[in-house]
Design a protein around this ligand. Structure first.
Ligand SMILES: N[C@@H](CCC(=O)N[C@@H](CS)C(=O)NCC(=O)O)C(=O)O
Length: 204
């Protein structure tokens, strides 16, 4: 049984969706209800996944651990090059798209004055929109980043894409990306994950 530490709507949502896709049992713990969370992860960040023996941190590393451990169609195993391309897409999501959205959260926390903050938000949105154009190009010949079937990186991007709505900026999601995101969001694993986060939230 896994334990997943999360915050509602944050990047651990992707970890939960993958746990459901892999049909692995888990319990959810809202980080805000944990005394001394820094003892669990010194960076203070979620996701943290406990597998009963080990406490695992860093979202992409956690996903690769789960995908290497449990049988699935979300990470190619037989072809080394295909596997490498899938890992590349996971890291594009985790280490390029996620930090691009982080700038919106950072500016909102760091700049109290709305007028002073807005140019930073807009500059961040320009960079995010450029990344979505790159994803649109990757989807020119295929429905998902991994090909015909949903891949781990698609799920991660679907989680991050939801964050744009929190900010007063125009995030432009191109057509093929929109279709891909809608298909991921319609998956039972995604719908159930959002519902479970709300049900377990310390806000609930
Ligand atoms: N490099 C880390 C970053 C994780 C991260 O930025 N988590 C955010 C949520 S998406 C977080 O924990 N924010 C809460 C905070 O900073 O207090 C990873 O990929 O796991």
């Amino acid at each position: 049984m896994y334990t997943l530490y999360y915050l509602p709507g944050a990047c651990a949502l992707a970890t939960q969706v993958i746990l459901r896709e892999l049909r692995q049992p888990f319990e959810l713990v809202d980080k805000r209800g944990v005394d001394n969370f820094l003892a669990i992860n010194p960076t203070g960040k979620i996701p943290v996944l406990n597998d009963g023996e080990n406490s695992l941190v860093e979202g992409a590393a956690i996903l690769l651990y789960l995908l290497n451990k449990h049988e699935n169609n979300l990470l190619p195993q037989a072809d080394v090059f295909q596997k490498q391309k899938a890992i590349e897409n996971i890291l594009f999501a985790n280490a390029t798209m996620h930090p691009a959205y982080n700038r919106l959260f950072f500016a909102t926390g760091a700049i109290a004055d709305e007028h002073a903050r807005q140019p930073f938000l807009e500059a961040a949105a320009v960079a995010i929109n450029e990344l979505w154009v790159l994803v649109e190009k990757k989807l020119a010949q295929q429905a998902f980043l991994g090909g015909d079937q949903v891949s781990t990186a698609d799920i991660m991007l679907a989680v991050y894409a939801r964050w744009g709505a929190y900010f007063p900026v125009d995030i432009v999601i191109p057509e093929k990306v929109s279709k891909m995101l809608a298909e991921v969001e319609a998956r039972p694993s995604f719908i159930a994950s959002i519902a479970a986060e709300q049900a377990h939230s310390t806000d609930a």
